[in-house]
Design a protein around this ligand. Structure first.
Ligand code: SF4
Length: 365
């Protein structure tokens, strides 16, 4: 059965840029777009999704974890969890509001899912355990998921992959590529190293080889005769993402816009660095200050959730965070951190103190 091809729009810059990139470069891919709506996104996120729909000329399906509830999905589940706010250690929100609706949407049909993790990131993102879902990472040099390359390049598959190597059409049969392929992995030659070196020698040929191997498996791509992304050896990094968004007319999500602030006669800029719920517990202190100053209505709604000892931050309540002296210190610390970094990106906050690997790949890609 031919697989479906799906792309999840998180409301963040990278997944939006991926939709633009694939639509422009691979219009032949019949992609289904979806987004998981928690009901708690910023208006800017909904605006981005609207802009993207116009660019794509196609609807982005809005998946909601619950239908027919008087509350939005987040509030519905919060009630079920007895007011227990999600946290980095207990991310019921990701599972209930993002992953479950996605898996339900996909069902049991084979699916190729495109993920916008960039070439300058070192993370794998959410990989569904469901065997009918195969993830592809078009922005990275290695477009394949970890499980695929681990099986394809394992020592036990070596005779098989060498057979395939001799029987399929490749662009450049260099002795370097072949000797790397023949070399078994061990403690001094890890599989990740073998993969990197093969990709460096010839990305497209490695892709052709992996794709041929997939045809012997039950992965969703086994049933595709041709997969255009095997011919892709581009690597896209942060600056490319902003360029794609600007040039397409979709625009960078407005919450990235740098806004000036002043503290103790020093000037700085702040913004929000990620998509996701306005009260997301992954945000930095300066982002809470940004929310308070730029979206006070949302900030006060976030405050309303803090009751019965539950707080969004482990160490302080939001009401304490906006004490004038505390906000001043947060801004000062943030400025200090900014000047001790020298990021190339004009989106300063986007590169400071933020571990993109942390958090929720379903929300922040
Ligand atoms: S954005 Fe944050 S709060 Fe919202 S679902 Fe994702 S992890 Fe949970």
């Amino acid at each position: 059965m031919k697989p479906r091809h799906v792309l999840g729009i998180s409301g963040g810059k990278d997944s939006a840029a991926l939709a633009i990139y694939l639509r422009t470069k691979y219009p032949e891919l019949d992609l289904e777009y979806y987004t998981c709506d928690t009901g708690k996104e910023l208006d800017e996120t909904y605006q981005l999704i609207d802009n993207l729909e116009v660019f794509l000329g196609k609807k982005i399906l809005k998946l909601r974890a619950v239908e027919n509830s008087p509350e939005d999905p987040f509030d519905h589940y919060l009630k079920i969890y007895g007011g227990y706010l999600p946290s980095s250690g207990s991310r019921w929100c990701t599972k209930k509001l993002k992953l479950d609706p996605f898996e339900q949407f996909v069902g049991t049909t084979p699916v190729v899912s495109y993920v916008g993790i960039r070439g300058d990131e070192d993370r794998e993102g959410y990989i569904s355990k469901k065997t009918n879902i195969q993830s592809i990472f078009p922005f990275r040099k290695n477009i394949w998921s970890e499980d695929v390359v681990t099986k394809a390049l394992s020592n036990s598959n070596l005779p098989n992959i060498l057979d395939l190597y001799t029987s399929i059409e490749l662009e450049d049969r260099s002795s370097r590529f072949e000797s790397l392929l023949r070399q078994p992995v061990d403690m001094s030659f890890l599989l990740s190293k073998k993969l990197d070196m093969l990709l460096d020698v010839h990305t497209k040929d490695l892709n052709r080889l992996v794709f041929s191997w997939l045809k012997q498996t039950s992965y969703p791509l086994a049933d595709e005769e041709f997969f255009p992304l095997i011919e892709n050896d581009e690597i896209l990094v942060r600056a490319d993402i902003f360029r794609l968004l600007e040039e397409s007319g979709v625009g960078v999500p407005a919450y990235y816009k740098q806004i000036e602030f002043e503290v103790k006669q020093l000037k700085g800029t702040y913004s929000r660095s990620r998509s996701g719920c306005y009260f997301c517990f992954f945000q930095q202190k300066i982002e809470w200050v940004w929310l308070f100053e730029q979206h006070p209505d949302r900030f006060w709604k976030a405050v309303e959730y803090e009751k019965d000892g539950y707080t969004w931050n482990q160490e302080e309540r939001l009401i304490d965070l906006i004490e004038p002296s505390r906000m001043q210190r947060i801004k000062e610390d943030y400025l200090k951190k900014s000047t001790s970094n020298s990021p190339n990106s004009p989106f300063l906050l986007d590169t400071i103190g933020e571990e993109e690997g942390a958090g929720c790949a379903a929300c922040f890609v």
